[in-house]
Structure formats: structure tokens, C-alpha cells
Write a protein that binds this ligand. Structure first.
Ligand SMILES: [Zn+2]
Ligand SMILES: [Zn+2]
Length: 342
């Protein structure tokens, strides 16, 4: 029985692990999955090659990846800058930045999990270019690259794609991680994430895969049942600093994790997947270790992890599952995607 609090060193907060609660009776809502058989090309899809988007814009007939500025951005360079000051102690500032969409493949029916590792490597190279291109701009303080996947995280278009928010501010989680990593480096001379990797390898039970230069594991302090971190073993501030060998190794580990996820319940597994990279505001981020985090919202087939009293009301996560058990579950699954195994 796992019933304890675990310290999340990157977020500096406690996670309550109460794994004995996983089997409590559930009479609430469940989340169904559409049995999807998708076409390779959908004439209605605004992400497919050659199709039209909002306004008069049209996608090129791309055959690998395709990046474009989001037609309806949350942050934009034309956001108003002459804001009226709010009352009293309140503050505001312009929501400027650049929002982009990254199509991973021209194929409407593929997910990252179904793409060959070399095509995933192609996506990693696009992320490298984007981080460098957007990060070098004076008005950009941070480049947040992420993918939301699945209806349950609000994505209705199955065409494989991710997003980029390059902003005039640093997102809160990154700001916290950067501050914690800086302090850890000053106090110990080591990168915090490298110490996390050391602890994970000392224990070993939560590691899903490692090759020469990349590793995947369910962190000791996981907040979601199937939370997984994927990272290079050497400390690099961003994906842009990885050499060819490290990119190939990282793509192989990513592919492995994505296949495990889909094989878990033989469904296209939903998740939020952010890349955590150092800000590009010119600060010193020597201790920042680039990593990719997977936050899957399901804790059972068709059952969402709801954020409620402890998480929304109190600010600490309550996990109903043991990270060791979930890692063992994922490790036991086949390495071949279930759709290719028929
Ligand atoms: Zn499409
Ligand atoms: Zn992180």
C-alpha cells in the first residue's frame, strides 16, 4: 500500500499519494472513445495539405512537417499595448507573443505514436528550429512547445499537431523550475534534474526505457497516474542543444513511450505534453535540464482524473495510484503499436 506524501522537487510542492483509493466505487461519468477509422486525407480538415484555413489562407502541399502562425492566436504581436491601468493594486500588461501550429505529418490519420522514429526525429528538428528562431527575438522571453492530444483535453481535430506559444513572459511552471534549478546548482554544484535521474536509477522501478543518451520514467513524484518524463541524460538547456545522436536517441525513447501509452487500453491515448526548456530572456540557465513531460488525464480506461478540492481548492495533487505500479504496467506492454500488430 502506497499512502504518503512525496516531494515534487521541480514544483516545490507535496503530492499526496493515496493508492489504496484507486478501486473505490465509481458511479460518476465516464469518457467514451469514438471508434475512429480516419481517412489519410480529410477535405474538411484545416491542417491537411492543400486545404484552406480561416480567412483566405491555404496550406501548402507539404510532405513532412508544416509550421504556420495560428490564425486565432491567444497571444499575438498585434495584441493591444496601450492598456488602461486597472484599479488599485491590480496590474495588467500586454498579451504579446507569437502562436504557431506545428503539423507533424501530412497524414490525417497518424498520431506521433504511429509515426516512425525517424519522422519523430524530424519533428524534434522542427522544435529545435522554432526554439532558436523564436527565442532569439527580443520580444520573446520564453518558447512553450506543447501538444494537447484527445477530445478530453479539448482537441477535436485528430490531425497530428502541436502548438507553440512564444511569449513576452515566462510561464509559471518554467519560472519555478528555473528558480529551483538555479538555486540547486548554486548550493550543490549539480543540475537538479541530473540528481532526479540519479535517484530514479538508484531505485530503478519507475524507469521505462533508457538508451545511450535518453531516458524515460514515471517520476517518483508523479501527479497523474501515467505521468512520464522523457529527457536526454546530459543537461542541456533546450532541445536546440542536442546533437544528432541525442536527437535520434530521444526520438527512439519518445516512440517507445507513445506506443506503450496507446497499447495500454488499445486506444489513442490522450495527454498534454509540454517541452520544458530554459527561457530565452537572456538569463543564466546553466542548471536547467530540458525534458518532455506527459500529463495524461485518464487514470483508468474511460475515467478522467478530476481536479477538485485538493488540486483546485488546495493547490496540491492527490494521486490515487502508485507510480511504481503504473511504471510496471507500462513496462509490461508490447513495444509494437497495437494497430500494426493485427
Ligand atoms: Zn488533416
Ligand atoms: Zn518540467
Amino acid at each position: 500500500m502506497t499512502w504518503q506524501q512525496r516531494w515534487h522537487p521541480l514544483r516545490e510542492e507535496w503530492v499526496i499519494v493515496a493508492a489504496h483509493r484507486q478501486d473505490r466505487p465509481w458511479i460518476g461519468q465516464t469518457v467514451g472513445e469514438k471508434a475512429a477509422s480516419l481517412p489519410q486525407y480529410d477535405p474538411q480538415c484545416y491542417l491537411c495539405p492543400g486545404n484552406s484555413r480561416v480567412g483566405d489562407r491555404r496550406n501548402p502541399a507539404y510532405d513532412t512537417t508544416f509550421v504556420f502562425d495560428n490564425d486565432l492566436p491567444c497571444v499575438g504581436l498585434d495584441a493591444p499595448t496601450d492598456l488602461d491601468p486597472p484599479a488599485g493594486i491590480y496590474q495588467n500588461r500586454p498579451a504579446t507573443g507569437i502562436a504557431r501550429v506545428v503539423c507533424y505529418s501530412p497524414r490525417h490519420d497518424l498520431t506521433l505514436a504511429q509515426m516512425p522514429a525517424q519522422d519523430i526525429e524530424g519533428v524534434l528538428r522542427v522544435w529545435q528550429e522554432q526554439y532558436v528562431d523564436l527565442g532569439r527575438r527580443d520580444e520573446i522571453a520564453h518558447v512553450l512547445i506543447f501538444e494537447n492530444k484527445g477530445d478530453v483535453v479539448g482537441v477535436s481535430n485528430p490531425h497530428p499537431h502541436g502548438q507553440i506559444y512564444a511569449t513576452n513572459f515566462v510561464f509559471k511552471t518554467i519560472e519555478t523550475e528555473a528558480a529551483v534549478c538555479r538555486r540547486h546548482l548554486r548550493e550543490t554544484g549539480r543540475a537538479l534534474f541530473a540528481d532526479i535521474l540519479t535517484a530514479e536509477r538508484q531505485d530503478g522501478r519507475r524507469i521505462l526505457l533508457e538508451n545511450d543518451s535518453a531516458i524515460a520514467f514515471v517520476p517518483y513524484f508523479a501527479r497523474y497516474a501515467y505521468e512520464v518524463y522523457v529527457a536526454p541524460k546530459v543537461t542541456h538547456a533546450s532541445v536546440a542543444a542536442l546533437c544528432d545522436k541525442e536527437l535520434a536517441d530521444l526520438a527512439a525513447v519518445l516512440k517507445h513511450v507513445l506506443v506503450k501509452f496507446d497499447n495500454l487500453w488499445q486506444m489513442s491515448f490522450p495527454y498534454v505534453m509540454p517541452l520544458h526548456q530554459a527561457p530565452t530572456d537572456g538569463g543564466d540557465y546553466a542548471g536547467f535540464h530540458f525534458h518532455i513531460e506527459f500529463h495524461p488525464p485518464l487514470r483508468k480506461p474511460n475515467l478522467l482524473k478530476y481536479l477538485a478540492g485538493p488540486e483546485i481548492g488546495g493547490g496540491n495533487f492527490l494521486s490515487d495510484t502508485s507510480p511504481e505500479q503504473k511504471a510496471a504496467e507500462l513496462r509490461a506492454l508490447p513495444d509494437v503499436h497495437y494497430t500494426e500488430d493485427r
